[in-house]
Design a protein around this ligand. Structure first.
Ligand code: GDP
Ligand code: MG
Length: 344
């Protein structure tokens, strides 16, 4: 058996998380066209007859300004140290710039075997790929240079074959069924954040975070306590996240997704119902207003979208209770960052 860690490394937005999902054939990481979507490294595990490849998806390499970003970069550095092979991804559609130089400088310090993956070849011309190869081939010593499309799956069979050439002989580290190291709680938080990123203004991606506070399962026939009645609801997060309240909104507008409890058929009667409550953290009151939208329209859409995906993931009807809170400068608050990371 060949078993080892493969770090997916590159600037924000080059397609690392997309590549991970396509390689695994299922979604384990959220995707967005906004930079800095991935904040915490996560594992995607692919087991085949040949062995087990443990991919490490990482935040994009960038110069850190906030404590959040410093932590993001520390994930990158530990992935670089842990891995048996590093795949540097670049975006074929983007010109070479300072950000790329910074990545090259970061990788000059490591001695781990390195592949260059030129991504997004589905939307560039062939001669552009040749120019990129020419530019990169002497910048670092690459074992392989492979043009790929993470989105379309182009050349990923070649990539996988080449990866196995560089992995050590070892025993499997995970069960065959395991595909990721994330908790359900973290996955739900990430799904909500992905839907949030889809809808909010350009500058917001950096200033939002999601904390899932409660996941509670019930048989659909069981008399349900509405989540807003749950007395022990308040856990740690609420103690210090300054409450800015949602008093101006009617309950409907902040509880976007109340599934109808249809208990007519036998099958439906036994179908689970899961309550999920989550807090979206933003930095300012005007951010909060953007996330909520006019008459609560934006948060309602985020909720519907997230609920649908969560329902598929956990095969249960879902009641999603979303709240938006302002926590100034949370990106520099170790306690908030601990909570967010603690979900994983
Ligand atoms: P990350 O920040 O490196 O993890 O990048 P993501 O995986 O979140 O992808 C960033 C954006 O690039 C998303 O909009 C993806 O849909 C898009 N993308 C990723 N891979 C490809 C690809 O192979 N082709 C095209 N056309 N778009 C891609
Ligand atoms: Mg990512």
């Amino acid at each position: 058996m060949k078993v080892g860690y493969v770090a997916l490394i590159g600037r924000p937005n080059v397609g690392k998380s997309t590549l991970l999902n396509t390689l695994l054939g299922q979604k384990v990481a959220i995707i967005s066209d906004k930079p800095q979507t991935t904040r915490i490294s996560l594992l995607g595990i692919k087991t085949t007859e040949k062995g087990q490849i443990i991919f490490i998806d990482n935040p994009g390499i960038h110069k850190p300004l906030h404590t959040l970003n410093k932590r993001m970069m520390s994930f990158v550095h530990s992935a670089l140290q842990t891995s048996d092979l590093i795949c540097l991804l670049i975006d074929a559609t983007q010109p070479f710039g300072h950000g790329d130089e910074f990545v090259i400088e970061t990788l000059k310090k490591v001695t781990t075997p390195l592949f260059l993956l030129i991504n997004k070849v589905d939307i560039v011309k062939k001669d552009r790929i040749l120019l990129i190869i020419d530019k990169y081939k002497d910048l670092l010593s690459f074992k392989e240079i492979i043009p790929v499309s993470a989105l379309k799956g182009t050349n990923l069979d070649v990539l996988e074959k080449q990866i196995y050439e560089y992995l050590p002989e070892a025993e499997k580290l995970y069960d065959d069924e395991t595909v990721s190291d994330q908790s359900l709680r973290f996955m739900l938080a990430e799904i909500i954040r992905e839907k949030l990123l889809k809808r909010v203004e350009k500058e917001l991606p950096f200033v939002t975070a999601v904390l899932v506070e409660k996941i509670e399962e019930r048989a659909a026939g069981e008399k349900a306590t509405a989540p807003w009645d749950i007395t022990e609801k308040s856990e740690k997060p609420r103690e210090f996240i300054s409450s800015s309240g949602l008093s101006s909104l009617s309950p409907e507008s902040v509880r976007p997704s109340v599934p109808k409890m249809d208990i007519s058929g036998d099958k439906k009667q036994t179908r689970k119902l899961t309550y999920v409550s989550a807090t979206i953290i933003v930095e300012r009151d005007n951010h909060r207003k953007i996330v909520i939208g006019r008459h609560g329209q934006v948060i309602k859409e985020i909720g519907i979208d997230a609920r649908r995906e969560i329902e598929q993931l956990i095969d249960s009807k879902v009641f999603l209770d979303l709240t938006v809170k302002v926590r100034e400068r949370w990106r520099d608050s170790p306690e908030v960052l601990d909570l967010i990371e603690g979900q994983k």
